[in-house]
Design a protein around this ligand. Structure first.
Ligand code: PSU
Ligand code: MN
Length: 305
């Protein structure tokens, strides 16, 4: 076992018995939503995972330890500290661990720690990708590289159009990552169910998702699988409203010279402010929706192992 990793007793017991486990990220808690909605959402997501037959494993770095499975107190700690906690991508792990610091796990580091712990299914909101203007800034999220190399199924609501969705799909194709639409042929755009871009495959049941991931795993193929699950119709946003907010946020980001790891948190926070909190409600609901699908898929996968 990895000497830097602590698996909570509940998660360790579930893994030892081959029971379904769903990984959850912590950047969404500390950087993706304001307190106290972040803590309420994180705890509600864990409850949804349990109600759907799986064990939740929220993943974070606390005091230099890689944690798979947080207590409610640890989730509260993360939510209260918020953006004071370092956003931890792959490149941040060595120094954070050596210094015994805390880190909020992005999709990248959640995939890494899930894989170390033996967890195959991970539910989140949105992934990072190729940013608009990346042809000059080269701002491409490490999430895409991780999807290309780490064997975890990531269930998200597609990608926000803060990204260049077309280039994000091209990058995933190059890295050999299957992009699946759950019940859809079209890539969902996080707040809306449609983006105008096609996915690689449409699958319609958790059993089909599990079978595809199982085949990938049994062949020993490198890399993950991206499942894109459209936001439920009743919570989806008006495309014109959200796209105008995103365009404004992207323009402000550029004007203020924000770059590097600050870009995505800046854009997420501005979109929430510009839409007066409406986007936060949608964001919470789509995470719940992804947690349900991930739990059902983890249950199917545990029958195949
Ligand atoms: N996109 C969202 N919500 C999020 C993130 C991205 O719609 O919360 C977070 C995730 O943790 C993701 C990270 O892994 O931002 C990507 O950051 P960057 O673009 O700096 O790689
Ligand atoms: Mn970046």
């Amino acid at each position: 076992m990895n000497k830097y990793l602590d698996i909570s007793p509940e998660v360790a017991a579930a893994l030892a018995e081959g029971k379904p486990v769903v990984a959850l990220e912590s950047t969404i808690i500390s950087h993706g939503m304001p307190y106290p909605q972040n803590v309420e959402t994180a705890l509600a997501v864990e409850k949804i995972v349990r109600e759907n037959g799986a064990v939740p494993a929220t993943i974070a770095i606390i005091g230099g330890r890689l944690k798979a499975g947080l207590s409610p107190e640890e989730i509260e700690y993360f939510g209260k500290k918020g953006p004071e906690i370092a956003k931890a991508s792959r490149r941040d792990l060595p120094v954070l661990i050596a210094k015994g610091q805390d880190g909020a796990c992005t999709v990248t580091t959640t995939m890494m720690i899930a894989a170390m712990a033996g967890i195959s299914v991970f539910a989140t909101g949105g992934i990072g990708g190729v940013h608009r203007g990346a042809e000059t800034t080269m701002d491409i999220s490490a999430d895409l590289e991780e999807l290309g190399q780490t064997p975890v199924m990531v269930i998200c609501a597609g990608a926000k159009s803060i990204l260049d969705l077309g280039l994000t799909l091209e990058y995933l194709e190059t890295k050999g990552v299957p992009v699946i639409g759950y019940g859809t042929d079209e890539l969902p755009a996080f707040y809306t169910r449609k983006s105008g871009f096609g996915v690689d495959y449409r699958l319609d049941t958790p059993a089909e998702l599990a079978a595809a991931f199982h085949a990938q795993r049994e062949m020993g193929l490198k890399g993950g699988m991206l499942v894109t699950n459209p936001i439920p119709e009743e919570y989806s946003m008006d495309a014109d409203v959200i796209n105008a907010a995103i365009d404004q946020a992207v323009a402000e980001c550029k004007a203020q010279g924000i770059h590097g790891k600050a870009t995505t948190p800046f854009l997420l926070a501005r979109i929430k402010d510009i839409t007066g909190g409406d986007s936060l409600d949608s964001n919470i609901q789509l995470v719940f929706n992804n947690a349900r699908l991930a739990s059902k898929t983890a249950c199917e996968l545990s029958k195949l192992a």
